[in-house]
Write a new protein. Structure first.
Length: 163
């Protein structure tokens, strides 16, 4: 593992642990309940959204795979009736996270390569896109925490302290 990829891998590992803790007490109904009085995303939609972008990063790192999460890219949240079950979303997130960390550990040479096309915010190098999407993941895990609080649940920070 390279000094460049070590902190990125560590951040993904932390996100995976926090997400696992954050959804441990949810039912399917809780996970699919939309935030902001029914106009915002649900926790399930957010996990699917993060899975979509993990697949995108894997592809940038040369790990081609079918992206079964495209419905979560730019499509607004729905009632969740067509979403995979929470356990399946969580398992996909964790599996993709493991694959991503492995790919990062062996892809140092690819990170400095120019982006094929442009990144989500016009990043020029693959590294810049990987860093942005790592931040993006942390942002959305924070949003899951906000949705939990809106549902009257314990804050993620309190759950993590206990685990």
């Amino acid at each position: 593992m390279d000094a460049l990829t070590r902190p990125i891998i560590a951040l993904h590992s932390v996100s995976n642990r926090i997400l696992t803790t954050a959804i441990g007490d949810l039912t399917e109904q809780d996970a699919k309940a939309r935030s902001r009085a029914g106009t915002g995303p649900s926790i399930a939609w957010t996990i699917g959204h993060l899975c979509h972008y993990k697949v995108q990063v894997l592809e940038l790192l040369g790990q081609q795979r079918e992206n079964t999460f495209t419905q979560f890219e730019h499509t607004p949240a729905s009632d969740g009736s067509d979403y995979p079950p929470l356990a399946e979303l969580a398992a996909s997130f964790s599996d993709l996270d493991g694959d991503l960390c492995t790919a990062l550990a062996s892809s140092v040479d690819r990170l400095e390569a120019p982006m094929p096309g442009s990144g989500p915010h016009d990043e020029k190098r693959i590294l810049d896109t990987v860093l942005f999407l790592t931040w993006h993941e942390a942002y959305h895990i924070g949003a899951i925490g906000a949705i939990r609080r809106e549902q009257g649940r314990k804050a993620i920070a309190d759950l993590v302290k206990r685990s």
